[in-house]
Design a protein. Structure first.
Ligand SMILES: Cc1ncc(C[n+]2csc(CCOP(=O)(O)OP(=O)(O)O)c2C)c(N)n1
Ligand code: SF4
Lengths: 386, 262
């Protein structure tokens, strides 16, 4: 049934239906409404979970690691500084191959302090071994939670994952959203069946010391699992269609890309604005389209190359900055890598950092820049401040 | 100069809610600093993240607004790099006792020459009222909708046990006492900890049947008991009320300290 709901509350409804046995989180804007609602569900007996009010994000994810290792489905959510504080534990969780799912309300990193949106936080965790999905709207955000648990817990994958969504833009706005009923979710997402767990009758140790003779192979296996995750996300996305009637069978979504000469590439809620901008540009006779990335890790290299085949110029909208890297935006670099040797021009535009608004006319201006061969730059700076 | 000269007026209006107790605690602290004869050039204010931690932004001195929970670690660096600076830390119960708890006990143990003023409003104010390690058992917060169940930290007792040279607790109602306590902390070499129980009408009072600002101040006024009174009651063999929060000076001593200017 469609309901009008705040993004954060929709996430809480989705998480409730995933039936995590342990929820552990520390409050941080703009994630708070999710965990407050979950705390209510638990207190009201609507959710059979333990809710831990821990003392920091570091403890939050550490408790999740412990609970997951002991064989429970677990959930956490954070943002910005909280995610970066979790960094050490993030690497541990993926190294131990624990299928934890965490929602990331994307927010800028300090200093200077900002509570507003960009995607620097999760992108900075690029190499932590967690898969990363980015939602365009509240419906995708809800759906990715069911999908993520299914992928993470697949015995062929066993990776933790982020469901990323733009802070405030999605977390605090109300949208019509279909919250599936429990039976449908249960049919799609079976009861957690841990591949291995801490068990006094059959002891194992996790996270032990690996000498140089062994360490590399662990990282190799992690990377292979991430490669397999691409296929697993597609499979889970197709199965999603069968259960819920909404398909996510590809890691990318092409919007008006047929015959496009200029392609915009983006992740997250900005895609909504880009679609409107593309419509206006198309109305004006310009051959422009959007390629939306659903997944940043694993990076859908082959799909990107296929979808962008034949365009003349690509403009990647990067809500992050990798200081000192010539191209500037981390997503741009991956797209350029995917198109390496094709001769297609790929440019990155660092845009919308720390909550700076990105309007349709900005998108059109970026398309102009790409068509005129100018890019790998910040867009929308206030010159008077520099 | 008066304490008002320490305010950075160009940063006004401040972000605090109407009736918030933080402003009172800042006034008391600046009054104490002023009494010490310190100047804006030799005093540094450091904080983490939270409503309480916004305080240094409104003061004219150099300041570091750092990450949540880490103010004491940053302050330790500042003090050791330049022991001539007077270093004062503003913090909250969440910043100090939850995410920054480890730094707190170690700073007390080292007895580093800082003064810490903690605005304990018993809640995470800035993020909208989630339960903190100081939310009283039974109190409502957004993460404890039917009342907090976990035991709380007694921050002052913790500081005494961990080794601080000066420890006192007052409330935002006890303006004179609080000011004197901060001044005593500033005077004492080594780690000084002043806990100020503070009203947060927005995130705490509203949910805990203390809807008016005055209700919260009244609550602070009437929930406390003087340490001297406890002492006297003990001497007389009278039962000490367990629901009252002790206020006053808990310790003033001279353990070896770190970072004291010779
Ligand atoms: C690493 C990290 N986690 C979480 C937050 C979000 N956060 C900001 S302020 C705050 C709590 C503040 O509570 P307290 O320290 O008691 O100060 P108050 O606002 O009540 O004065 C939290 C959790 C953050 N900024 N950084
Ligand atoms: S939320 Fe509470 S602590 Fe923060 S400014 Fe408002 S009253 Fe003060």
């Amino acid at each position: 049934m469609m309901e009008i709901m705040e993004g954060s509350h929709a996430v809480a409804e989705a998480v409730k239906r995933c039936r995590p046995e342990v929820v552990s989180a520390y409050p941080i804007t703009p994630q708070t409404h999710i965990v407050e609602r979950l705390a209510e569900f638990v207190a009201d007996g609507e959710m059979e979970s333990d809710y831990l009010t821990v003392d920091s994000e570091f403890s939050a994810l550490s408790a999740c690691v412990g609970a997951s290792a002991a064989g429970s489905r677990v959930y956490s959510s954070t943002s910005s500084q909280g995610l970066i504080l979790m960094a050490e534990v993030c690497f541990n969780a993926s190294g131990m191959r624990l299928p934890i799912v965490m929602s990331i309300a994307n927010r800028a990193l300090g200093a200077p302090l900002s509570i507003w949106n960009d995607q620097q936080d999760s992108i900075a965790m690029r190499d932590s071994g967690w898969f990363q999905l980015y939602a365009e709207d509240v419906q995708e955000l809800v759906d990715y939670h069911f999908l993520s648990y299914r992928v993470a817990e697949d015995h062929n994958i066993l990776l933790p994952g982020f469901v990323c969504f733009d802070g405030f833009i999605l977390s605090h706005t109300y949208e019509p959203v279909d919250i599936p009923d429990q039976e449908t979710v249960d049919a799609y997402l079976p009861v957690f069946d841990p591949y291995q767990k801490l068990d006094a009758n059959d002891p194992i140790s996790m996270g032990m010391y690996a000498t140089p003779d062994y360490y590399m192979e662990f990282r190799y296996e992690l990377d292979r699992a991430m490669e397999r995750a691409a296929g697993a996300i597609e499979d889970a996305g197709r199965a999603f269609g069968e259960h819920f009637g909404r398909e996510y069978g590809s890691l990318v979504e092409a919007y008006r890309m047929d015959d496009a000469d200029t392609a915009l590439v983006a992740m997250g809620s900005i895609c909504g604005t880009v679609k409107d901008a593309v419509d206006e540009m198309r109305d004006a006779g310009r051959k422009v389209g959007l390629l939306k990335l659903r997944s940043f890790r694993p990076f859908p290299q082959a799909e990107v190359a296929r979808a962008l085949d034949g365009v003349a110029a690509v403009a990647v909208l990067d809500k992050n900055i990798s200081p000192g890297m010539a191209m500037k935006g981390a997503v741009g670099l991956e797209v350029r890598d995917a198109l390496w040797k094709t001769g297609i021009d790929v440019y990155s535009y660092v845009i919308g950092l720390g909550g700076r608004d990105v309007r349709k006319k900005d998108i059109a201006a970026v398309a102009d820049l790409a068509e005129s061969g100018r890019g790998d730059m910040f867009y929308g700076l206030r010159e008077e401040l520099i | 100069m008066s304490f008002e000269d320490w305010f950075r007026e160009d940063r006004l209006p401040h972000i605090y809610c109407t009736g918030c107790g933080n402003g009172t605690v800042i006034n008391c602290t600046l009054e104490a600093v002023e009494q010490m004869g310190w100047t804006v050039d030799d005093t540094v204010f450091i904080s983490g993240i939270g409503c309480s931690s916004r305080a240094p932004g409104y003061i004219k001195t150099d300041s570091l607004h750092t990450t949540h929970g880490r103010a004491l670690a940053f302050a330790t660096g500042v003090k050791l790099a330049n022991p001539r600076l007077h270093v004062v830390v503003f913090t909250g119960d969440g910043d100090l006792a939850a995410i920054g708890g480890n730094h707190f006990i170690h700073a007390c143990r080292r007895n580093i020459d800082l003064t810490v003023v903690c605005m304990n409003n018993m809640i995470y104010g800035m993020t909208g009222g989630q339960g903190s390690p100081c939310t009283p058992v039974g109190a409502i917060s957004t993460t404890t909708p039917y009342g907090a169940a976990e035991p709380v930290f007694d921050l002052s007792e913790l500081a005494v046990t961990a080794g601080a040279n000066y420890v006192a607790r007052w409330t935002s109602y006890h303006v004179r006492e609080l000011t004197k306590a901060v001044q005593a902390g500033l005077e004492t070499p080594g780690f000084s900890f002043i806990e100020a129980l503070t009203q947060c009408p927005t995130a705490y009072g509203r949910r805990n049947k203390l809807r008016q600002v005055s209700d919260m101040v009244q609550y602070l006024r009437t929930s406390v008991i003087l340490v001297q009174k406890i002492q006297r009651m003990r001497e007389r063999g009278e039962p000490v009320p367990e629901d009252k929060i002790p206020v006053g000076e808990f310790v003033r001593r001279n353990r070896p300290a770190m970072g004291v200017q010779k």
